[in-house]
Design a protein around this ligand. Structure first.
Ligand SMILES: NC(=O)c1ccc[n+]([C@@H]2O[C@H](COP(=O)([O-])OP(=O)(O)OC[C@H]3O[C@@H](n4cnc5c(N)ncnc54)[C@H](O)[C@@H]3O)[C@@H](O)[C@H]2O)c1
Length: 305
């Protein structure tokens, strides 16, 4: 198939692009390289350096006649979305609608989206959250993801664009940027391997649901086979607190770092875990890489860099 991947120079998008190319798909990547890396772009992909907000993006869609679009390009930093909600709206809502509109106008049949499980449900009523859990985002980033899911339904209903939103838990693994604010596994691993102090924000008792990027790659492979409109959680259902994560990465990197805490980030969610029974029913997906194994793989990858 001819596939367009936005954000294909980034952490998750580049891993998915590699897998799709290995599967024999013809992949085009659009990325403005704001957080992505040129080195992550698969040499067998066509690359267009471009912003998803550009008005003329529809020309690429009509020219290339893609069979499917995978939309990963985004402003991914929850704290930045709190500091500058208007910028978040511009990229994460307007940019996404720009891509959906171009896809509809070019008659594309399928749209897959990297939504969020963590930031969308907000503080959860029950654990792990399923897809029926109330949507109560406490950040502009989460509000934007919820809005894009609604737009996807609109494009599905109005134009017959098959649309699948995968609500991803906290994803970690090879190629995650260790220099941003998001991605605690990458930040801890990078600092600890360099012998630098890594800090735990707040008590460290806040929990997240960690899924390895290679499991997410498999979810996006399977989602390509779905027709219609679907929203599916992609999580392990397991909560892990930051202290446990810190201690495990410290152990894997030589055990030289002592625990030190910094003030908690304003508005940070306390607990998060999502269940993926529906993803298993609909497309046979379940996570295969447990956290211990995944952290070991990640530390080995960072060590080689
Ligand atoms: N990493 C996670 O834990 C996680 C969890 C849930 C959802 N997601 C979503 O998955 C997607 C990929 O995230 P990631 O972790 O790989 O982040 P990333 O920053 O590595 O990837 C985002 C990519 O999009 C590109 N990009 C950003 N703004 C752009 C713009 N305006 N125009 C064109 N390209 C642009 C960046 O250069 C980068 O290559 C995002 O939509 C993110 O919200 C990630």
């Amino acid at each position: 198939m001819k596939i367009l991947i936005t954000g294909g120079a980034g952490f998750i998008g580049s891993n998915v692009a590699d897998a799709y190319i290995a599967d024999g798909h013809q992949v085009t990547i659009i990325d403005n390289l704001s957080t992505g890396c040129r080195e992550f772009i698969n040499p067998n992909a066509s690359f267009i350096e471009k912003d998803i907000c550009d008005n003329d993006i529809v020309d690429i869609f009509t020219e290339c006649r893609f069979d499917a679009v995978l939309h990963f390009a985004a402003q991914i930093d929850v704290r930045k979305s709190v500091a500058d909600p208007r910028f978040d709206v511009q990229v994460n809502i307007s940019g996404s609608v720009n891509i959906l509109e171009a896809a509809a106008r070019a008659g594309i049949k399928k749209f897959l989206f990297a939504s969020t499980g963590g930031a969308l449900y907000g503080e959860q009523d029950y654990f792990p959250a399923d897809e029926k859990h109330p949507i109560r985002p406490i950040s502009p980033y989460g509000v934007a993801k919820a809005s894009v899911e609604k737009y996807m339904f609109y494009y599905y209903a109005q134009y017959g664009l098959d649309a699948v939103a995968l609500r991803l838990a906290n994803i970690y693994g090879q190629r995650q940027n260790p220099l941003g604010e998001a991605g605690v596994v990458a930040i801890f691993t990078h600092k600890m391997l360099r012998g630098e102090q890594a800090y735990i924000h707040g008590s460290g008792l806040q929990t997240r649901d960690y899924v390895n990027v290679l499991d997410v790659v498999q979810a996006f492979r399977l989602a390509l086979g779905l027709n219609g409109f679907h929203i599916l959680n992609i999580g392990s259902g397991i909560e892990t607190d930051v202290i446990t994560l810190f201690d495990e990465i410290n152990r894997l990197t030589g055990g030289r770092t002592s625990r030190q805490h910094k003030s908690a980030a304003a508005g940070e969610q306390q607990r998060s875990a999502i269940e993926s029974r529906l993803a298993k029913e609909m497309m046979g997906w379940e996570p295969k890489i447990d956290l211990k194994t995944g952290l070991l793989m990640t530390v080995e990858w960072f060590r080689k860099q």
